[in-house]
Design a protein around this ligand. Structure first.
Ligand code: AVJ
Length: 324
């Protein structure tokens, strides 16, 4: 019986099952990897979050790139190829690509594990004349190595890592990841890094707990996904969304709190899990950086911060890091 459940799973589902099992059977704080928030439904809910009035992050990122695209590309001598970690909606990338188009034809390599996301980014940016889009369906670093291997001699690479996605890595993993990026680059290549900054809690918390409940839906969807893909019986009405700021790590944490004592069965991952009343599953951390922390991070990962732009309306930084 047990073996049968395993046999039916695709490699992706088997990994999902193993990760869910490991996270929910932890003896202390239960957790789920935040990357599983982004299935088709989760990605659409995130797009909805990004237009909520309380969530200033995406608009700040877009504003900075719209205002400073010209300044950014002026600091980067051509010829240049552009690669992006996570293809995003394409809206932010457009500013950079259009600014570059003024001077040269550009190859753009979005790197993304989701084929759907890649396809929609390609559709979104297809109308820009001087850009050829070459999607890479891989994990970030693996994809970047592939892009670097296709480098034309003499050309430099501009890597985009926008939206403060780096803030979702565990503490320390952000620096390790940037080192990994640096290792695929050569001197003179660059990384444009978008990061959300520390700000007062009365602005930060509503951004992760909007009154319309879109963020709650985004968070709860991870349980719905486990129900759909692993046949589990989570009763979503018996869990509630929780956002809190962890001062020690300077991160907004999202949790799902069990409203009562309950047991959930997850057949395709072959386990049952008990929750006591009030117990939480930690589903995401969103780190909020300080400016000095960013310069340390750049230096510790082998980059030099050549320029930085900060949005004053919603503290957010665009840092142009040069590979030394
Ligand atoms: C994907 C990094 C932009 O951490 O703010 C939004 C995801 N989570 N609301 C973030 C998210 C809850 C988000 N980023």
């Amino acid at each position: 019986m047990i073996a049968e459940h395993i046999k039916e799973l695709s490699p992706f589902a088997a990994q999902f099952a193993a990760d869910v099992r490991a996270g929910l059977l932890r003896p202390a704080q239960k957790e789920l990897p935040s990357k599983y928030l982004y299935d088709a439904t989760g990605s659409m809910l995130f797009e909805a979050i990004s237009v909520m009035p309380e969530y200033g992050l995406t608009r700040a990122d877009e504003r900075l790139l719209r205002r400073h695209a010209g300044d950014i590309v002026r600091l980067l001598p051509g010829p240049l190829a552009v690669s992006e970690l996570g293809s995003g909606s394409g809206k932010k990338t457009r500013c950079i690509l259009e600014a570059l188009c003024g001077r040269e034809a550009i190859s753009y390599y979005p790197i993304e594990i989701s084929a759907t996301a890649l396809a929609s980014c390609e559709r979104e940016l297809a109308d820009i004349d001087c850009v050829s889009i070459l999607g890479v369906e891989r994990e970030y670093l693996e994809g970047l190595r592939e892009v670097a291997a296709r480098r034309v001699p003499g050309a430099h690479l501009l890597v985009l890592f926008l939206g403060s996605t780096i803030g979702n890595f565990d503490a320390g993993a952000d620096c390790r990841f940037l080192r990994g990026v640096r290792e695929t680059l050569i001197s003179g290549d660059s990384l444009l890094l978008g990061t959300d900054l520390v700000k007062p809690l009365d602005r930060l918390l509503p951004a992760y707990d909007d009154p319309t409940g879109v963020t709650a839906a985004f968070n709860l969807n991870i349980l719905a996904r486990i129900n759909r893909e692993l046949d589990a019986d989570f009763n979503l009405r018996q869990f509630e969304h929780l956002a809190r700021f962890n001062q020690r790590t300077s991160s907004v944490e999202m949790h799902l709190r069990s409203k009562k004592a309950q047991t959930v069965t997850i057949p395709r991952a072959e386990f049952m899990v008990r929750f006591v009343e009030g117990e939480t599953i930690w589903t995401e951390s969103s780190h909020k950086y300080s400016v000095s922390e960013l310069s340390n991070l750049a230096e510790a990962s082998g980059f030099r911060c050549a320029a930085q732009w900060i949005d004053e309306e919603w503290k957010f930084a665009e840092s142009l890091l040069m590979a030394e």
